[in-house]
Design a protein around this ligand. Structure first.
Ligand code: FAD
Ligand code: PYC
Length: 416
């Protein structure tokens, strides 16, 4: 091997803060074809589909903590595809179809349970909104049906449809194929299947920088355990995407908010489905262990706190007690928060960035768990081909420049 004086000097200056910009392109041989930053469900699914469907095997997933320990571990696992706009219907329905066969595909029981997701209406405006969604979904071939209060109660017998409560139930929209899955099993299932295909999953390895070559293209990731060179990087770090993208000089249209949830002590099965109410900021299902899984709205201001305001959780519990009075004496066991990153139009960003070789998948806000298989699938194809997958194509970063937004706030399901 031959060393020039210049290359020796470059090596000795590596990591030095004053490293001249023109030397930052010292491009070592790529260690991997693709590095995915973030081992949440989306990152692991991306790595799995890259290996399983795109013919790439030399892939690493780099995670600052442990796999599946971010929002994937903290969410309330609601799965549905009853979104309003065609672009959203396409991606969430793509995901829904993948959920149906996911346990077989991964040979891992992700406990997908299509027990029905029922969204309540409490005002005339709510009724207009759910009617609009039902019609839009049915036109797109997606199941969704309108229920009267009595029909809603027949589907969920503990639901209070009395007229004397603060926000009486006026009707509901029911997506029968909607439901839940086991959050950590999804991360473990994708991780195990990806690992079996040769993907390296590197935990406890925070990414601290994104290094670019002299021509501007991505060169690799700086991590707390050293530099990893790769010609393609996919950033999938929910809640922290803007921090990571800033490392490559890309400013993202994102804000990060705490979103919280809590679970009750376990009880016998009382809740046969998922019930959601955006108006009174509460949604609930029952886990297979018997705990009632309850979610609240986001905090009103951006923050990286993984707790969330106490008043948000207590308002939610008041709403739950009104809707399900039989649960009034139930004790709560745990509460927690996660950081969700939210775009101005409440739709995700999936695809290329202004930095050649750098891809991003973020902005799923309060609703990305359900999208895990579909998001990973289309992102893998986008990274492998360097061109957006047709389903991902509308979700560009560029839409915030052109103004072609996909305003899904009405379907976000959680109060913002
Ligand atoms: P994550 O699982 O957060 O993965 C991102 C990973 O990136 C993390 O593991 C993190 O440690 C890692 N990371 C961050 N920075 C770095 C770095 N510098 N270096 C290396 N790694 C890094 N969605 C639904 O569809 N249905 C729901 O019912 C639902 N309920 C929710 C309830 C709550 C309380 C919360 C918080 C969210 C909820 N969501 C729900 C949203 C959903 O959880 C997220 O959209 C989804 O899990 C995002 O998945 P992910 O894989 O992108 O993120
Ligand atoms: O998007 O369905 C959803 C959801 C439920 C709870 C949080 N997000």
């Amino acid at each position: 091997m031959r060393f020039s004086l210049l290359s020796l000097l470059r090596e000795s200056l590596r990591g030095h803060r004053g490293w001249p910009a023109q030397w930052r392109d010292a491009s070592p041989k790529p260690a991997y074809d693709v590095v995915i930053v973030g081992a949440g469900g989306h990152g692991l699914a991306t790595a799995y589909y890259l290996a399983a469907e795109c013919g790439l095997r030399n892939i690493a997933v780099v995670e600052k903590g442990w796999l599946g320990g971010g929002n994937t571990a903290r969410n309330t696992t609601v799965i549905r595809s009853n979104y309003l706009w065609e672009e959203s219907e396409a991606i969430y329905e793509h995901s829904m179809k993948l959920w149906q066969d996911l346990s077989h595909a991964l040979n891992y029981n992700v406990m997908y349970s299509p027990r029905g997701v029922m969204m309540l209406a409490h005002t005339v405006h709510d009724m207009q909104v759910i009617r609009r969604h039902v019609h839009a979904n049915r036109l797109a071939g997606i199941d969704n049906e309108l229920l009267s209060p009595r029909e809603a109660q027949a589907f969920c017998p503990i639901l209070n449809i009395g007229r004397d409560i603060r926000y009486p139930v006026l009707g509901a929209a029911l997506q029968r194929r909607g439901g839940t899955a086991r959050h950590d099993a999804v991360a473990w299932g994708y991780a195990r299947a990806a690992s079996a295909l040769g993907v390296d999953i590197i935990q406890n390895c925070p990414v601290t920088g994104l290094r670019r070559q002299q021509d501007g293209a991505i060169a690799g990731v700086e991590t707390a355990r050293g530099f990893i060179a790769a010609p393609k990087i996919g950033v999938v770090a929910a809640g922290h995407s803007s921090v990571l993208m800033a490392m490559a000089g890309v400013r993202m249209p994102l804000e990060s908010f705490p979103l919280q949830a809590l679970v009750s002590e376990p009880v016998k099965s009382v809740m046969p489905c998922v019930v959601m109410s955006n108006t009174i900021h509460a949604y609930m299902s029952q886990s297979d262990k018997g705990e009632l899984v309850i979610g609240a709205g986001t905090d009103a201001y951006p923050s990286y706190s993984q707790a969330g305001g106490l008043h948000i959780a207590s308002d939610t519990l008041e709403a739950v007690c009104e809707l399900f009075p039989t649960l009034r004496r139930l004790r709560m066991m745990r509460s927690w928060g996660g950081i969700v990153d939210v775009t101005p139009d409440r739709s995700p960003i999936i695809g290329r960035t202004p930095v050649p070789g750098l891809f991003v998948n973020c902005g799923w806000g309060t609703g990305g768990f359900k999208a895990t298989p579909g998001s990973g699938h289309v992102f893998a194809h986008t990274i492998a081909k360097g061109e957006p997958h047709p389903i991902a194509a509308p979700f560009t970063l560029d839409r915030f420049r052109t103004g072609r937004l996909i305003d899904e706030a009405a379907a976000a399901a959680v109060a913002h």
